[in-house]
Design a protein around this ligand. Sequence first.
Ligand code: MN
Length: 241
Amino acid sequence: MTFLFVSDLHLDPSEPGIAAQFIEFLAGEARSARALYVLGDLFEAWLGDDDPEPAHAMVAAALESLSSSGVAVFLMQGNRDVMLGERFAGHAGATLLPDPVITEIHGERVLITHGDALCTDDASYQRLRSLLRDPDIHGRLARLPIDSRRALASEARAGSRDHVAHTAYEVMDVNADAVASVLRASGASVLLHGHTHRPAIHELRVDGRACRRIVLGDWHAHGSVLRWDAKGPRLEVLPRG
Ligand code: MN
C-alpha cells in the first residue's frame, strides 16, 4: 500500500508543462496508490473557487478522475492558494484538510502541514500570513470582482519575489524550535511539509525521541514526490520529458 505526497506545484496557465506532467502523474502512477496528499501551493495563485480559468478546471477534472477510480485525494491550502475552498475540493473529488493535521501512515503518527507557519524567523512574512488568514479580510477579498483579485494577486507575487530576493536563505527556512515544539505537542514521530522547496529527510531528536522531518520538493524544474510504502518513505524526482 503506497501513500503519495506532493506539494508546491505552483500550477499556472503560463507554464502548461507542469500541469501536463501532473495530470499524467494522476492518470498513471497515482492510480495504484492508496491515497494522494497535496500539501499546499498546488496553484501559483488562487483567486477563489469561482475563477473560471479553464486550466484550473482541467486539474480539478484530473483529480476527480483519480478520486473516482478509488484513490483518496486530500488537499491542503498553501500560502499561494489560501483561498482554495470546499467548492474546488468538491469538483476535485477531494477532502480539504485543515493545517496542521495528524494522520497515521504505516503505523507512524505523522503531522502534516504546508510548512509556512514553521518559518517563524521571517517576521514580516508571518505578519502577512496572519492577515491573509484573517476571516474578515478573507471575506472582503472573496467579494471583490475577479479582475480586482487578479490584480492584487499579481502585486502580491511581485512583493513575494522582492521579499525572497532580500531575505537570507536561513531566515526563510523552518525554525528548529518551532519544529521541536510541534513534534512535542502532537506526539508525532514524523513532521511532513512543503513550502521551503528544500526536499530532504532530516533525522532529529525531540526530548530524546527519534523523529524525522520530511520536506517535499517543488515542481519548478521537475516533478517531486514522496512515496511511502511498507518499506518507508522515499523522496523521488520525476523527470520532465
Ligand atoms: Mn508555500
